[in-house]
Each structure stands twice: as structure tokens, then as C-alpha cells.
Design a protein around this ligand. Structure first.
Ligand code: FES
Length: 96
């Protein structure tokens, strides 16, 4: 095993989990998780922050009923019920 410091300080994992149609649990993919992840990534790049703030795709992070959701690090906070309109505030928060 080998460890080394990641080249970014903050990260956000946006759930894009897809479940089969008819599955009893909701999934973030059906609530726009993929598009939100891509838009947040694009916004970080437009601000030249892509090396400081990494936007990752994630599988289920356990808050399915509140999707689309993400989890931010290093603070470890869930962000629930994300809308497109929330993305600037999320990015600003990560840049603080
Ligand atoms: S499917 Fe997104 S948190 Fe579970």
C-alpha cells in the first residue's frame, strides 16, 4: 500500500446512483444527479478551481429519500435535495 497527499483540498461527491425502474427505493439518477454533478464540475472549471475542488461521481451515499444528494469533504456534510439553483451556493461554500 502507498499513500500520498491528494492535490486538492476539498471535494464533493454527488450521488448519481441509478436503480432499475420500479425499484421501491428512489435514486438520485432519476432526480437529476448526473446533470447536477456535470454542471457543478463545469462551474468549478469555469472558475479555475478544478484542481482545488474536485467534483466526484458517487454511488448511493445513504440519503436516497432526500435526493439528489451530495456529501462534502473535508467537513463531511450532506447536502440534500439539491436543485440547479443551489449549485452556486454549494460551489461558493467549497471555495471558502
Ligand atoms: S441513491 Fe443517492 S443517496 Fe441513495
Amino acid at each position: 500500500m502507498k499513500k500520498f497527499a491528494a492535490p486538492f483540498q476539498k471535494s464533493i461527491f454527488v450521488c448519481t446512483q441509478k436503480r432499475p425502474d420500479g425499484h421501491p427505493k428512489p435514486c438520485c439518477a432519476d432526480r437529476g444527479g448526473m446533470a447536477l454533478r456535470q454542471e457543478l464540475r463545469d462551474m468549478a472549471q469555469e472558475k479555475g478551481k478544478e484542481m482545488e475542488i474536485r467534483v466526484f461521481t458517487s454511488g448511493c451515499i445513504g440519503a436516497c429519500d432526500h435526493g439528489p444528494v451530495a456529501i462534502e469533504y473535508p467537513n463531511g456534510e450532506y447536502v440534500l435535495g439539491i436543485t440547479k439553483e443551489d449549485l452556486p451556493e454549494i460551489l461558493d461554500g467549497l471555495m471558502e
